[in-house]
Design a protein around this ligand. Sequence first.
Ligand SMILES: C[S@@+](CC[C@H](N)C(=O)[O-])C[C@H]1O[C@@H](n2cnc3c(N)ncnc32)[C@H](O)[C@@H]1O
Length: 211
Amino acid sequence: MFASLDCRVTSVDLCPEQLQRDRMTADRYGLDLECLEADMLDLSALYGRAFDLVYQAISFCYVPDVSKLYAQVSRVLRSGGFYRVEHWNPVNMQLADDHCWTGRGYELVRPYVSGQRCVWQRTNDKGEPTECWHYIHTLSDLIGKLCDEGFAVLHFAERPADEECHNHVYSYVPPFFSLYAQKFKNRQKKSSGDMSSRRRTRGEREIAARR
Ligand SMILES: C[S@@+](CC[C@H](N)C(=O)[O-])C[C@H]1O[C@@H](n2cnc3c(N)ncnc32)[C@H](O)[C@@H]1O
């Protein structure tokens, strides 16, 4: 999309097949696109570059460490540059796997703990059982740690499910939200989002007590 608006675009993904799809789409529309196979937690291949905008589709759920990822984004953005990020609502990840309606509501079966790994059993295209997992991140981490990293949030919006999705559960819990932020020019980053200085969630206290 950005390339079709004449922006110079670099697409980063860990998965070569995803980058291959990006390349094919760019070729089909005659667009210029740089593709980079990299882990979003290590953008060192881009250090020294200063992007005007970083756009990140839903993908925080694949990594355990929010601060590290925001620091990587900040590292490759120019001062005053913009960051648009889509997040999966953590409450959605707390739901039971089948999103089962109890007759009165939806049950939250996973605690609200940042970095908590949620494992799902799925069947792949070949009918084989596979395991997928995501990490829950609290709003304190997803929003607070962005501010701690020296960003100012300019816009926040919850995003309902797509039009064609009539999933009942999404009328109770919006599935996604997005943040639009700007990297401060001369702001010192804070470290108030870490566990030592912020109040723990009840789920985090319970897990700590069990250790
Ligand atoms: C929801 S898809 C987004 C796909 C596409 N980039 C887009 O903008 O629509 C999430 C993508 O995150 C990628 N991903 C997962 N873990 C990653 C990591 N550690 N570093 C970089 N990309 C990762 C996956 O390969 C997948 O393509």
